[in-house]
Design a protein. Structure first.
Ligand code: ADP
Ligand code: MG
Length: 341
């Protein structure tokens, strides 16, 4: 109760920062210097390169301070991270629309956080863990009369075009976002995507649906949206509830100038930058309780419109790389995340 009230006062998005470790393949590269607050909410970054001025005196390296709802150090395990989102997953079963995003430059750990290494249980990411929790909880709730239908879909948005990652892979299949008629119940429009394959999640298909995430070898140039639609009905009380859980691995947030793009690459980058900045604008418009929320300015926010704002809860992971050479992009990511928080 109290927690919900605090959430309402704050707006409906929380931001978690996760710093990935240096990889063994990066042994000979410089890391930034990090320090983490006791409360697991503060992050201080210093450049590790000491600036020596012309006359030989050392200047203190620049220092950047940030605060988030939670900061995960490079030592945090997938389990540590999941523990902090488990309650949000539960909300989807309770009938909320939930979005969990991973934002950050390419190589910062977004896919590791969302999908992880599915072959190795301890490094499984949030998607397989969330599926497991949803499935197990739905079984527990059976005793109380609840029957849940759990359907998974997995879409990718590339250059403002939707592809179905669980579908046949036929490039000619067109997918459109449509709003269903709300009918006379007065409830919100439901967002539908045409021609999308859904997989009913049972104990047998669960592993298959998880495995499908592993086939997603797309570049970092697309957004992927893993969605669980959870429809529950209680045959003892007649209660019904419907929630949606969206787990979104966003396209790399690196800026245009760095990628020296031309042609197709340039178009990709422009689309990515446009949709990421639009996502930020939508989140801020919701937080400011503005009249007009620009959902329709990009496919991503149009697709997620029912899961952002209203009866919904959102969380954004800002994933950052510890590498010194990534510092400028890291600061851009952290500033973006501070803005939406
Ligand atoms: P992104 O999806 O943001 O481009 P990845 O998730 O692919 O980045 O991560 C880049 C590399 O770092 C991968 O090799 C991944 O396995 C590794 N990595 C990322 N986060 C972690 C982590 N927390 N622990 C161990 N390795 C990680
Ligand atoms: Mg990735």
């Amino acid at each position: 109760e109290l927690h919900n009230t605090i959430q309402e006062l704050k707006g409906n998005i929380r931001v978690f920062c996760r710093v990935r470790p240096m990889l063994s393949s990066e042994d000979c590269q410089q890391s930034c210097a990090f320090s983490f607050g006791q409360e697991k909410r503060d992050l201080v970054i210093e450049s590790s390169s000491t600036n020596e001025s012309a006359c030989g005196t050392k200047k203190a390296p620049p220092r950047y301070e940030f605060a988030f709802d939670r900061v995960f150090t490079p030592a945090a395990s997938q389990e540590d991270v999941f523990d902090e989102i488990a309650q949000l997953i539960q909300s989807a079963l309770d009938g909320y629309n939930v979005c969990i995003f991973a934002y950050g430059q390419t190589g910062s750990g977004k896919t590791y956080t969302m999908e992880g290494n599915t072959a190795d249980h301890s490094t499984q990411g949030m998607i397989p863990r969330a599926m497991q929790q949803v499935f197990n909880t739905s079984l527990d709730l059976k005793e109380k009369g609840w029957q849940y239908s759990i359907e998974a879909s997995f879409l990718e948005i590339y250059n403002e075009t939707i592809r179905d990652l669980l579908g046949s892979g036929d490039a000619n299949t067109k997918h459109e976002i449509k709003l269903s008629n709300p009918g006379n119940t007065g409830s919100a429009h439901e967002v539908m995507v045409t021609n999308v394959k859904t997989v009913v999640v049972t104990s047998e298909t669960q592993n298959r649906a998880v495995a499908a995430t592993q086939c997603n070898e797309r570049s970092s140039r697309s957004h992927s949206v893993f969605r669980l639609k959870l429809v529950g009905e209680n045959h003892l009380t007649g209660e019904k509830c419907q929630g949606t859980l969206n787990l979104i691995d966003l396209a790399g947030s690196e800026r245009l100038s760095q990628s020296c793009s031309t042609g197709e690459r340039l178009r990709e980058t422009k689309n990515i930058n446009k949709s990421l900045s639009n996502l930020g604008n939508v989140i801020m418009a919701l937080a400011n309780k503005e009249q007009h929320i620009p959902y329709r300015n990009s496919k991503l926010t149009f697709l997620l419109q029912n899961s952002l704002g209203g009866n919904s809860k959102s969380l954004m992971f800002v994933n950052i790389s510890p590498k010194e050479e990534s510092l400028q992009e890291t600061l851009c990511s952290l500033r973006f995340a501070t803005k939406v928080n």
